[in-house]
Design a protein around this ligand. Structure first.
Ligand SMILES: [Zn+2]
Length: 263
């Protein structure tokens, strides 16, 4: 049998690999990822001041990327930042590696002014709709508000609720609207009972895998920084919960992410 038959194809659907935590060993990390069958990582955007470096790293390592404004990172000058986003997105609308709007969303714990969060998100949802792109959504303690917005906007290509942590009922609401759930390192925590119950009972078609590196590492990780290298463990955990083989789960996760973002 050829080597490729055994080699998994894994994509990290959400990794901030452009962040300074990776400046010292980014090339080594990509090498280690490829040795494990982790082909690439989608790099989400967080704010205009981060985009230049993000785009540079994405080009250097041939990574797909998204552009967006995260609810932690807009300033008082958010109207100008949204105009910058429109401009950046229009400049790149034909680039094959530019695959989504995000990350954007709602965060009641750490986000800025709530009314502005809503405006900034609505602008980005409208932008995604006009360009027919999927969205990468960050949501903390605001599921009902986000679900209401997504119902109103109706994005043809949907998107992902990244770093999903919620009940099966909430998960099913997103799935009904055509969104996928991004499952990351939290699933590896022994006490993540609600999330494990959700992943056990939801269709594999609705899941994609991610790490949100360098954040969101599972509790047992010796290294403080999270990396895409935990993806095989996430696949194994999903396989265990769904009582399916890791190979099958790995293949389905690859299909789901390539379909969602047209990679
Ligand atoms: Zn993120």
């Amino acid at each position: 049998m050829s080597k490729s038959v055994h080699c998994p194809k894994i994509i990290d659907s959400h990794a901030h690999i452009d962040f300074p935590e990776f400046d010292d060993d980014r090339a080594e990390l990509f090498k280690a990822m490829r040795a494990m069958g982790i082909n690439t990582a989608l790099i989400p955007g967080v704010s205009p001041s981060h985009w230049e470096n993000q785009l540079h790293i994405a080009a250097q390592y041939s990574c797909p990327y998204a552009l967006g404004i995260h609810p932690w990172f807009f300033s008082d000058n958010y109207s100008a930042e949204l105009s910058e986003l429109d401009k950046a997105v229009n400049q790149r609308s034909q680039e094959p590696k530019f695959v989504a709007i995000g990350e954007c969303g709602l965060d009641k714990l750490r986000g800025g002014d709530w009314e502005i969060q809503l405006k900034v998100l609505e602008h980005q949802l409208t932008l995604a709709k006009s360009l027919n792109l999927p969205v990468i959504l960050h949501v903390v303690k605001a599921h009902s508000e986000l679900i209401a917005l997504l119902k109103a906007v109706k994005l043809a290509r949907g998107g992902v609720i990244h770093g999903f942590y919620g009940s099966l009922e909430v998960a099913q609401e997103y799935v009904k609207l055509g969104y996928k759930l991004g499952i990351g390192g939290l699933i590896l925590n022994k006490d993540a009972k609600k999330l494990k119950a959700c992943v056990t009972n939801i269709s594999l078609n609705s899941l994609i895998i991610e790490t949100d590196s360098p954040a969101m590492g599972p509790k047992h990780l010796a290294e403080k920084r999270n990396t895409p290298l935990i993806l095989p463990s996430i696949i194994e955990e999903i396989a265990k919960l769904q009582k399916k083989s890791s190979v099958l789960v790995s293949e389905r996760m690859f299909e789901n992410v390539t379909q969602l973002f047209d990679l």
